[in-house]
Design a protein around this ligand. Structure first.
Ligand SMILES: C[S@@+](CC[C@H](N)C(=O)[O-])C[C@H]1O[C@@H](n2cnc3c(N)ncnc32)[C@H](O)[C@@H]1O
Length: 297
């Protein structure tokens, strides 16, 4: 498949080999993920400065608006690449039968579906703050007969569940998951530090934290490619958003929020401060996507 070849050829990919994952780059730690001015508690929503309390509702509005076309739009704007990134992300996780996973900001369930395909006896809980995104996910799960929509006699405990909840205060007991994933979710969270603290709280000792996020291409590398990526992001993606989701502004927010997401070193600092250890990062597609890994020791 042409896209797969492109991904493998050009991605800064440290692939999982049959002999086990090669070590990814160590994260040097510097500054925190989000700098909050505690005096007036402001943060950003795309390029706008907003009050901290305002951001969750603004994000909610974005995903309320795009939920029904979210999956189609992902395929259109990434030219199908998001599927390969997610496949690779789940490969890195290396799920096993019996594993208990919580996929936070799990939206329409893409990560959970892949995990259960790789390890059919794993248990996946998708948590998201947006009911419309969860509903799309549940419909997909029912169609694939994976979720709690199956007759109760079929399975005492469903392997896939969807739950409404905020990454910053998860409605979950401590130390009950083997793995916590968050894919393309963290940059939407108003206080990522709180989400990371919650990730550490719900993971058991020895549990894995794995995050995938889009970010701006590094400025000092690939200047021409960066220019092309920026043109595509700011001109083409909002237009696709208008045509497919009937919401240009939602996709303007998306591309702006990617630019506001800090570089890997800063993300690493915040992960370390939250108590995660053995931190590594892996860039895909010239740094357009980054996978962050850490462990609760
Ligand atoms: C870009 S989507 C990612 C969905 C899915 N993880 C994927 O990779 O396709 C971002 C998701 O984050 C959710 N989200 C935003 N803020 C959140 C929060 N504070 N807690 C939980 N979910 C949140 C949104 O509702 C949305 O479903």
């Amino acid at each position: 498949m042409a896209t797969r070849a492109l991904f493998q050829r050009y991605g800064r990919l440290q692939a999982t080999t049959p002999k086990g994952p090669r070590p990814a780059a160590r994260i040097p730690c510097t500054r925190p993920l989000v700098t909050v001015n505690s005096a007036d508690a402001q943060t950003h929503f795309g390029y706008r400065q907003v009050d901290m309390q305002e951001k969750p509702q603004l994000v909610q509005d974005v995903f309320d608006s795009v939920a029904r076309s979210y999956d189609v739009m992902n395929d259109a704007m990434s030219l199908g690449m998001h599927r390969l990134w997610k496949d690779h992300f789940v490969n890195r996780l290396a799920p096993w039968d019996g594993m208990r996973l919580v996929d936070v900001a799990g939206g329409t369930g893409d990560i959970a579906f892949r995990v259960l395909r790789a390890a059919p006896q794993a248990e996946a809980l998708v948590v998201d703050v947006n009911q419309n995104m969860l509903q799309v996910g549940e419909r997909r799960a029912h169609a694939a007969a994976l979720s709690s929509g199956e007759p109760s006699s079929a399975r005492a405990r469903p392997r896939l569940r969807f739950m409404h909840g905020d990454a910053e205060s998860l409605p979950l007991d401590a130390e009950q998951f083997d793995a916590y994933t968050i894919s393309f979710g963290m940059r939407n969270v108003a206080r990522p530090e709180r989400a990371l603290a919650e990730a550490v709280r719900v993971l058991r000792r020895g549990g894995r934290f794995l995050m995938m996020e889009l970010s701006a291409m590094p400025e000092d590398r690939f200047p021409l490619l960066r220019q092309a990526y920026d043109t595509y992001s700011f001109r083409v993606i909002p237009q696709l958003g208008q045509w497919i989701a009937n919401d240009r502004a939602a996709y303007e927010y998306l591309v702006q929020s990617i630019r506001r997401f800090p570089p890997p070193a800063q993300v690493g600092a915040t992960m370390r401060d939250a108590g995660l250890q053995a931190l590594t990062t892996e860039e895909l597609c010239f740094g357009v996507v980054c996978i962050y890994s850490g462990w609760k020791v």
